[in-house]
Design a protein around this ligand. Structure first.
Ligand code: HEM
Length: 504
């Protein structure tokens, strides 16, 4: 064979292509191992900045034509808050298509969110069903919070340090697991870690995949985050199957209907009946919707309370008075209006993200002012009314009593008095165009009632049982990547056990 043939003939060329491909495959596999070893922190990604609501205060009149621009990038539009009423329930703007685009729900490997599947669709029904039985959730959520705090924050009456975000993440993962999968696994560290890692790897995959465009169907097989995600699902299966098998046997033995149980695992199994479905994906899908969202809320509200420690005593007094009168009940949670206001004010200033209502136009849509949304365009809405001083006076300032006062005014006058604010929408779980922390319209978060009860119960325990303060306020500020908003991951809490006024 001539040298030319050896170097340039089809055989060496094929070999060359193969070895280059093999090199990249091995490189991905090696990185995949590293990613699997990681648990939950994914530090790569776009840069982030301190989040400053004062810089976003546009002070515009509510619902009028204004200067706030509509931003258009390719086939994506960012609409200002004033369009909320027109976007929220427009049937040509698809919530499901928005979800598919944002969460890549059609990519193999990300099956948990595949649309049209039982394990995906049941999540909405589960969140709604459990939101309707809050009173049955109070005792297990309260007991579980007590167990978590005892094990993780302890009885030490001397100050000791706790990582804010991680501790809230573990607490909410345990509480949520108590309701979604039950007592067998909610305190199992391995299960909790899988629950948390699944969301972290999925988030990383969703960030990384879009850059590969049409190659996504191939690349996802090698991308470390996708491989780690699949590894999580594989590891989770034996946990879920073991518990579900035992439940089914127990239910048969007792001749009971499984849907009487309080946990979502059994409830969903009862709803599924003879439908074949994947219980592991259902559990991971539920955790994906519920855990990081609520733990982010908890970290923000605990930090806000520490930053405004004049609220601690009135909050304690409210909790004690209400629980003494109503016991641990749904009515008691509803009566904690200051706690509710503090949660809502925290979410007003630091929502999960500065955009919401991600939708895709299935048909061209013309808005009332003539703005045209072409077919196929992805629209998102900014939540800028939450930081607008003409809607919320002195908007950049945290005011724990803001929603207590607005409620009082609402009761006294029949209408809320924040400029143009429609009546209602003043409790933590209610949604309005001026406060879209849980979205707005018919697709607003169905799990918000669950999240409201869970955060209130957890805060009651924290406030009555512990003195809390931030170790270094400078390391606990809000940050953003332009879209998501979170508390600095370095934030540390100092806590010490106190003797509570009442037993919780
Ligand atoms: C403080 C905690 C939470 C926040 C801030 C939050 C926020 C949101 C937001 C902004 C949306 C999108 C609404 C829209 O586009 O119109 C949403 C959707 C949703 N949320 Fe929540 N959520 C929280 C907790 C929960 C919990 C605890 C559950 C489950 C029990 C849950 C289940 C869902 C579901 C099923 C959807 C529909 C989208 C999907 O299928 O993923 N959320 N949530």
């Amino acid at each position: 064979m001539a040298l030319h043939d050896i170097l340039f003939g089809p055989f060496p060329l094929t070999l060359g292509i193969l070895s280059i491909s093999l090199y990249w495959v091995l490189w991905y596999l090696r990185r995949g191992k590293q990613a699997q070893a990681q648990t939950q922190t994914v530090t790569d990604g776009p840069p982030f900045y301190p989040f400053d609501p004062a810089a976003l205060d546009r002070k515009e009149p509510y619902f009028t034509q204004s200067e706030t621009p509509i931003l258009t990038f390719g086939n994506s539009m960012i609409l200002p808050n004033r369009y909320a009423h027109e976007i929220r329930n427009n049937d040509h703007l698809s919530f499901r298509d928005g979800l598919e685009k944002d969460f890549l729900t059609t990519v193999p490997g990300l099956e948990a969110l595949f649309t049209g599947t039982f394990h995906n669709d049941i999540v909405w029904d589960t969140a709604s069903a459990f939101s309707r039985q809050i009173s049955a959730l109070i005792e297990p959520l309260s007991t579980e919070t007590g167990i978590f705090l005892q094990e993780n924050w302890g009885d030490d009456a001397e100050w000791h340090s706790i990582p804010l975000n991680d501790s809230m993440h573990l607490l909410i993962a345990q509480l949520t697991a108590r309701i979604f999968i039950g007592e067998e696994l909610c305190r199992d560290r391995a299960w909790i870690q899988l629950d948390i890692s699944y969301t972290a790897h999925r988030t990383a995959a969703i960030k990384e995949l879009p850059q590969y465009g049409r190659l996504i169907p191939i690349v996802h097989w090698f991308l470390p985050s996708c491989r780690a995600l699949r590894a999580c699902v594989r590891a989770a299966r034996p946990f879920v199957e073991r518990v579900l098998e035992a439940r089914r046997e127990q239910a048969q033995g007792q001749g009971k209907k499984q849907r009487e149980s309080i946990d979502a695992l059994s409830w969903i199994d009862g709803v599924a009946g003879r439908t074949k479905y994947d219980p592991t994906l259902t559990q991971l899908r539920l955790a994906y919707a519920a855990v990081h969202t609520t733990s982010d809320m908890m970290a923000k509200v605990v930090a806000a309370i520490c930053e405004h420690d004049e609220l601690i005593q009135p909050l304690r007094e409210e909790i004690v008075a209400v629980v003494k009168e109503h016991g641990w009940s749904e009515a008691a949670l509803a009566k904690m209006v200051l706690l509710d206001s503090v949660l809502k004010e925290t979410q007003r200033l630091e929502p999960l993200a500065s955009f919401t209502l991600s939708r895709i136009a299935r048909e061209a849509v013309v808005l009332s002012d003539g703005t045209r949304i072409p077919k196929g365009t992805q629209v998102r809405l900014t939540t800028d009314n939450m930081w607008n001083s003409s809607v919320y006076p002195d908007a950049a300032k945290f005011d724990g009593y803001r929603f207590v006062r607005l409620r009082d005014q609402d009761t006294a006058t029949g209408t809320a008095t924040a400029t143009g604010t429609p009546s209602g929408g003043l409790s933590f779980v209610s949604v309005s165009a001026n406060h879209m922390g849980f979205g707005y319209g018919k697709h607003a978060c169905p799990g918000r009632f669950f999240a409201g009860a869970e955060t209130k119960i957890a805060l009651c325990h924290v406030l009555l049982k512990y003195d809390v303060e931030l170790v270094d306020g400078g390391l606990a500020g809000a940050q953003t990547d332009g879209m998501m908003i979170w508390r600095d991951k370095r934030a540390m809490l100092r806590v010490r056990r106190r003797s509570g006024e009442i037993e919780v």
